[in-house]
Design a protein around this ligand. Structure first.
Ligand code: 3HC
Length: 415
């Protein structure tokens, strides 16, 4: 049996929750060669369907490569119609359903779909509207991918200039994604960008933005006090059911949540830069995070096409706990004069197969972010030698050399 994964986004045209009665039919068309498969979703009732065949196609091909299965060869022009009818089923609960289809077995397709429906129906309230606070590298990336995955997104920045900057960066990144997904089809590229931007608002008005949201993702500066001020401010304004999440790289989620009255609806959603490209999402639950909140966060992440892993609320979670000491060691190596920056990076790329060397990556992540993570951990764990401050890094940050975003870091990016 061959498994194809595709991502199906179903969203309610009229967003009044819940829509209670719905019929829908799924039609899968297999044309002469597998990569040309098309997915059509026919609907009844007040539904609007949003599907991403190119994304699906890419996923499917990758899956086949990684599992090393044989190439699927549907008959030329073959058409398989799988019609599924669900009554009394709320479509909002199906947003971003990850459906596994087995090719060549109608019964399996039906049972896989049924399993997805059952799972989604147990969700208490699915996320539909998302507010992302902070339009920097991470915030803009999160907002972009959430919008392109079918969510209604509002991005919040502190002033108009930063709103415009974030919008510009999202547009550039979207154009890149569109070019990749719809290679020779300019109309499809433009359509994808326009549809995504249509789901995305950007504003400076924080309290208005959170008033009717289902999920808030904070992606602002790594500073506990600033995060506390923000969450205290929005806690009384956001709806009761709304989940608050932080994209913090290194701070304790539990400590951030302390200023709110919704510690059971608080967790960590830690994305990676560049968000449109990096597949991972770390989902962090504190001892207070409820099962329902955790499940809604996992569902949300999967709907964004991410592979979600779970980690306890520990410093750096999984990735940064391993990655940041590694970056710090590379800076120390450079500081001691053991090797040049270029050679350190070449070494890790060619000797360990990393896509970027550690100093390139520190520049890419931002030297201020890297420095803030290390110094925060040093304050909390002064005895740990891995977290000792590094003079070279401190000096670069003091000089405003923050890496790619400022035009200079360990390397120069000035054009
Ligand atoms: N938006 C959309 N697409 C993008 C993009 C962006 N911002 N950046 C890159 N891409 C796409 C490109 O379009 C390209 O697509 P293609 O292969 O179909 O043409 C693909 O990604 C590769 O990009 P490039 O050809 O420009 O360059 P590379 O092949 O060198 O890849 C990279 C760039 C994906 C950034 C790769 O170097 C990489 O994976 N680096 C490591 C990144 C990493 O480790 N990130 C985690 C940092 S830690 C973190 O974020 C946590 C935080 O808390 C600190």
């Amino acid at each position: 049996m061959y498994l194809i994964n595709f991502s199906l986004t179903v969203s309610a045209a009229h967003s009044k929750f819940p829509l209670s009665v719905t019929d829908w039919n799924i039609l899968v068309l297999f044309s002469s060669t597998f990569p040309e498969c098309q997915l059509c979703v026919l609907t009844g009732g007040a539904l609007q369907i949003d599907f991403r065949p190119a994304f699906w196609r890419r996923e499917a091909v990758q899956r086949i490569r990684t599992t090393r299965t044989q190439k699927i060869q549907p008959h030329s022009g073959a058409l398989a119609l799988f019609s599924v009818r669900f009554r009394n089923c709320c479509p909002d609960l199906l947003v971003g359903a990850e459906v596994a289809l087995s090719v060549g077995g109608k019964v399996d397709i039906m049972s896989q779909l049924m399993r997805v429906i059952t799972r989604k129906m147990s969700t208490s309230r699915a996320v539909e509207k998302v507010v992302v606070i902070g339009g920097g590298l991470m915030g803009a990336g999160i907002a972009q991918v959430a919008a392109s995955s079918g969510f209604r997104v509002t991005l919040v920045e502190v002033n108009e200039q930063l709103v415009e900057k974030a919008k510009g960066n999202i547009q550039k990144s979207l154009a890149r994604v569109a070019k990749k997904q719809f290679k020779d089809d300019e109309a499809a590229q433009n359509g994808f960008v326009a549809t995504t931007l249509g789901r995305l608002d950007a504003t400076c008005s924080l309290t208005d933005a959170v008033r009717d949201t289902d999920l808030v993702i904070e992606a602002i500066v790594e500073n506990m006090k600033v995060k506390h001020d923000l969450f205290a401010k929005i806690d009384s304004v956001a709806p009761q059911h709304a989940i608050f999440a932080s994209n913090t790289s290194s701070l304790s989620i539990r400590e951030i949540a302390q200023v709110t009255q919704r510690r059971d609806r608080f967790g960590g959603l830690h994305f990676f830069n560049p968000v449109p490209v990096m597949k991972l999402l770390e989902v962090i639950r504190t001892p207070e995070t409820s099962d329902d909140t955790y499940k809604r966060m996992m569902d949300f992440g999967q709907s964004m096409g991410k592979v979600c892993i779970t980690c306890k609320d520990t410093p750096g979670f999984v990735v940064n706990r391993l990655l940041v000491p590694y970056l710090a060691e590379a800076v120390r190596l450079l500081e001691r004069g053991d090797a040049t920056a270029k050679d350190i990076d070449i070494a890790m790329k060619l000797g360990a197969g990393y896509p970027m060397g550690p100093l390139e990556l520190a520049d890419y992540v931002g030297l201020d972010t890297t420095r803030n993570i290390i110094s925060g951990w040093h304050e909390n764990f002064p005895e740990n030698p891995l977290f000792q401050p590094i003079g070279t890094l401190e000096k670069l940050v003091q000089d405003g050399k923050l890496g790619v975003k400022s035009g200079e870091g360990f390397y120069s990016y000035k054009k």
